[in-house]
Design a protein around this ligand. Structure first.
Ligand code: ADP
Ligand code: MG
Length: 625
């Protein structure tokens, strides 16, 4: 006798349920997806007892006629696809025809549905897969799905459920994801008779996202620009500013054609795009909405449809990265305009300020080549290896008249003071910002209109130097500073090997190092911006970083170059504790304004923090008069 049997329908439904119905949240997900596919513009979800006791989803979609209410409970019954060719381009959220029979096999399920054209509806009741009742039922148009006693007949599965709090959290996540994917659809969620979410229909993505994320700070808007745009893939969505305080909802949600998916590649593309803006340990947060021609993506790779596969994942990766990068750039320009444009006053006054700014920028200083200031200049002098200028830098801050006339092209070179501080006003104003002073020898305090602005001097300078070095590096033109007395350095075997391997790359970083013999090398020049640093320990740091990275030489250099430049910038930047004169602070502001990026230090820490006047007034309970 043959030992192989065909499984009963009930058993195979239960097996399918094992994949599709993992927990209450999976049921809610399938039911919501059906409501969306039915064209609903309002979906109301209710759960009790973390969903195990009751899940109810009410929609105003197309509804079903009596025959269909019965049919939808059959395995592989779907209205969404009919033939194989359609599998290659699925435009609905569902297509497997598995959800309802699976859910029905492990719960007590009631469907009440009324087709849009019909006067009455149908009620069907199912108890753990067995049909219990069917009759006509008066109801409003659309569908009500009720699922009770989930896993009532499979206690083993019930045991795998987590705490009520966790299960409820997952249900909330499902509703939130779908609410973000479809801002035009209204969603509500009640948990044990308490409304936890209520998103009105006809909303837009930004409003929806702010509501779900409980976030009212600045957003990076993701959109196509220029060459990045393609017809077959469109990117939309928003990212929270990377330093925004993370909260429970604020994580990265990825929605592809309206479907919430987990996708490492997309997450990586976003993280990569945020490089230099995301602090260590911070995750990107926001929503990435991809709309992609259905034939370019395979959604049929996971039973719960949580994962997808792109036909050309590299294209998607590149596109997303570009879009994120350009969003940051746009944010940069916006932030610059906010911070550095003179507050709108009368036209005359604007004109005046404009010419004032021109005066300030006038001396033929090369942008980005300007070293920061005398305070930093002083710090630099501490490096005795550096070739002294014609006019050795003095410890006192040089006044305008004492300023050395002739300056070389290097670190101490360009004049620090951009203008003669004749009037008091010019000392403390720049591009509409009024400098209030320095706090804790670390923060610049500024005022502008109704805003109180705090700037981290170290982070700001670090970003400026990093930008400058990166640009020079890409141009293969890092200005060097020759050492007056070349420094010899002994290398251990590991560093010896690393040095031989990366000698040329170090050269292009501005480090001129020659082999001397045995284990000895000679440092002849260093990158000018960091000539303040001790060349030996800097070289060891760099060799460490190179040594610890794996991969081909090209990969290693590409991988560590940003870190190297960032670490050099960090070491060379003005420190916390450097007391700055007003002119030095103005100079820093000026350099910030001129740099491509100023909002975050290369490690992703924010540089500028703004408080609105009403906020400050609240500290003193002054609001409302
Ligand atoms: P799938 O969604 O993969 O088609 P399901 O088992 O989830 O499979 O649903 C089976 C069918 O039942 C659907 O194809 C649809 O025709 C119908 N259906 C399910 N839920 C609804 C609903 N809320 N409104 C209208 N029709 C529905
Ligand atoms: Mg479905």
């Amino acid at each position: 006798m043959s030992r192989i049997r065909i499984l009963s329908e009930h058993l195979s439904n239960q097996i399918a349920a094992g994949e599709v119905v993992e927990r209450p949240a999976s049921v809610v997900k399938e039911l919501i997806e059906n409501s969306i596919d039915a064209g609903a513009n309002q979906v109301d979800v209710e759960i009790e007892g973390s969903g195990v006791r009751l899940m109810r989803v009410v929609d105003n979609g197309c509804g079903m006629i009596e025959d269909d209410v019965l049919l939808c409970l059959e395995r592989h019954a779907t209205s969404k696809i009919q033939e194989e060719s359609q599998l290659g381009a699925i435009a609905t959220l569902g297509f497997r025809g598995e959800a309802l029979p699976s859910i029905g096999s492990v719960s007590r399920m009631t469907i009440i549905s009324r087709d849009q054209e019909k006067e009455t509806g149908t009620l069907v009741e199912l108890r753990y897969g067995a049909l219990h009742a069917v009759h006509e039922q008066g109801c409003s148009r659309g569908t009500v799905m009720e699922v009770r006693n989930l896993f009532g007949n499979v206690p083993a599965r019930k045991k795998f459920l987590k705490s009520a709090r966790t299960e409820t959290y997952h249900v909330e996540e499902v509703v939130k994801n779908q609410a973000i994917a479809m801002p035009e659809v209204g969603f509500s969620l009640r948990v044990d008779e308490r409304t936890v979410l209520d998103c009105p229909s006809g909303s837009d993505l930004e409003t929806r996202l702010r509501y779900i994320f409980r976030y009212d700070g600045p957003l990076l808007s993701l959109e196509h620009s220029g060459a990045a745009a393609t017809d077959s893939i469109q990117v939309g969505g928003y990212l929270l500013l990377p330093e925004a305080a993370p909260n429970r909802s604020a994580r990265l949600r990825i929605l592809v054609n309206g479907r919430a998916v987990q996708d490492r590649m997309i997450r990586n593309a976003v993280t990569e795009g945020l490089h230099g803006f995301l602090m260590k340990g911070y995750q990107p947060a926001g929503a990435v909405l991809l709309s992609i021609s259905p034939e370019l993506v395979d959604v049929n790779v996971h039973p719960a449809k949580r994962e997808i596969r792109f036909r050309d994942h590299r294209q998607v990766y590149q596109l997303l990265k570009t879009v994120v990068k350009s969003a940051i750039q746009k944010h940069q320009e916006h932030a610059r305009a906010q911070l550095f444009t003179p507050a709108q006053k009368s036209i005359n006054e604007n004109q005046e300020r404009l010419s004032e700014n021109l005066i300030m920028a006038e001396p033929a200083a090369k942008p980005f080549q300007r070293p920061l200031d005398s305070a930093i200049g002083i710090a630099r002098v501490q490096n005795k290896h550096v070739v002294p200028d014609e006019q050795p830098p003095v410890m006192e801050k040089p006044t305008a008249t004492e300023r050395p006339e002739k300056v070389s092209e290097h670190v101490f070179s360009a004049p620090f003071f951009q203008h003669e501080p004749t009037a008091e006003k010019r000392d403390t104003e720049f591009a509409g910002l009024r400098l209030v002073g320095q706090l804790f020898s670390l923060y610049l305090l500024c005022e502008k209109g109704d805003r109180f602005i705090v700037i981290d001097q170290h982070a700001a300078h670090e970003r400026i130097l990093y930008g400058q070095m990166k640009r020079d590096y890409l141009k293969k033109d890092i200005p060097r500073q020759g050492l007056l007395f070349p420094v010899t350095v002994e290398l251990g075997p590991d560093h010896m090997e690393t040095m031989e391997r990366y000698h040329d790359d170090l050269q292009s970083l501005g480090l001129e190092i020659d082999y001397f013999g045995e284990t000895t090398w000679v440092i002849k020049s260093v990158p000018a911006v960091i000539s303040v640093l001790d060349p030996i320990s800097m070289l060891h740091d760099i060799l460490d970083m190179l040594y610890e990275s794996k991969g081909s030489r090209k990969q290693v250099v590409a991988g560590v170059i940003d870190d190297l430049l960032a670490s050099m910038a960090c070491k060379a930047a003005i420190k916390a504790g450097n007391v700055l004169s007003p002119q030095e602070m103005i100079s820093l502001l000026q350099q910030m304004e001129e740099s491509d990026v100023f909002s975050h230090c290369p490690h992703g820490r924010p540089v500028v923090k703004t408080f609105l006047q009403p906020e400050v007034e609240k500290w003193f309970h002054r609001h409302g008069g």
